[in-house]
Design a protein around this ligand. Structure first.
Ligand code: MG
Ligand code: MG
Length: 263
């Protein structure tokens, strides 16, 4: 069933989306275990691909629009869509890892930004506030609100800290396709945009910068980086619009269990 261009998912479809989304959380937790100074981004990518295949799914990003890898790994001033390769992670890096899965006809899509080793306090704050803004955006994802309420909540929170909200990339509907309608910008006006209805599934993903919100794209055709070279953070959850409170389908729980044990 669909209303306009935005698909309303059945409860059966939502359960399949939950399975795909939870597998992303479990995959990112496996990555968290070996994410240390000295590891190459290619090794992280290989581990993710094997883990996803071992759990009955296929990588959601590999081959999508020609993207070559299972993970998008974006380090420091890279915002999103970094391509894994021979680059070695160093202490002090902040590493955004975005992962997609595809199983039973439905995608999962979630991202987490990790601090590796000793990271500057101002950058750690950027990570904390970006994650907070994600949850503030999710609070707005209830039936009767509008898509612009989500963006407004995210933008108004992070701009208090002087941070930039990337304009060129946005969140999206999620389902049988990785990117469905509506676009879910991380900025906006309250009460604007399409009305939210129970059963819409959205990937909400603030991409927030320490400095300018302006970004550039590398010659590789993928990697997006901040125009001023300052760090960026990116967190993403898949959610279902519900009455009164959104339901989060993806999870950071497994990731954060691993991180707690590393401290
Ligand atoms: Mg993603
Ligand atoms: Mg996404």
């Amino acid at each position: 069933m669909s209303k306009g261009d935005i698909t309303i998912k059945t409860e059966e479809e939502i359960e399949l989306l939950r399975k795909s989304s939870l597998l992303v959380g479990r995959t990112l937790a496996e990555i968290a275990k070996i994410l240390e100074p000295g590891v190459s981004t290619a090794r992280l990518d290989k581990l993710a691909e094997e883990f996803i295949l071992d759990h009955g799914a296929v990588p959601g990003f590999k081959g999508y629009g020609g993207f070559p890898s299972t993970l998008c790994i974006s380090i420091n001033e890279e915002v999103v869509h970094g391509i894994p390769g021979e680059r070695i992670i160093k202490g002090g890096d902040v590493v955004s890892i975005d992962c997609g899965t595809y199983m039973n006809g439905f995608y999962g899509d979630s991202a987490y930004t990790f601090a590796v080793g000793q990271v500057a306090e101002e950058t750690l704050q950027l990570l904390r506030i970006t994650k907070e803004s994600l949850y503030l955006g999710i609070e707005q994802a209830i039936s009767g609100k509008r898509v612009g309420d989500i963006g407004y909540a995210i933008q108004s929170h992070v701009e208090q800290f002087g941070y930039g909200v990337v304009r060129d990339l946005v969140g999206h509907g999620l389902g049988r396709n990785l990117h469905e309608k509506p676009e879910v910008a991380n900025f906006g006006r309250r009460g604007s945009g399409p009305k939210l209805q129970e059963g819409m599934v959205l990937a909400i993903e603030p991409m927030i910068t320490l400095g300018t919100f302006k970004v550039t794209q590398d010659k590789d055709g993928w990697t997006i980086r901040t125009a001023d070279g300052k760090p960026a953070a990116h967190f993403e959850h898949d959610i279902v619009v519900r009455k009164g409170q959104a339901e989060i389908l993806s999870t950071f729980e497994f990731i954060e269990e691993v991180l707690k044990q590393k401290v």
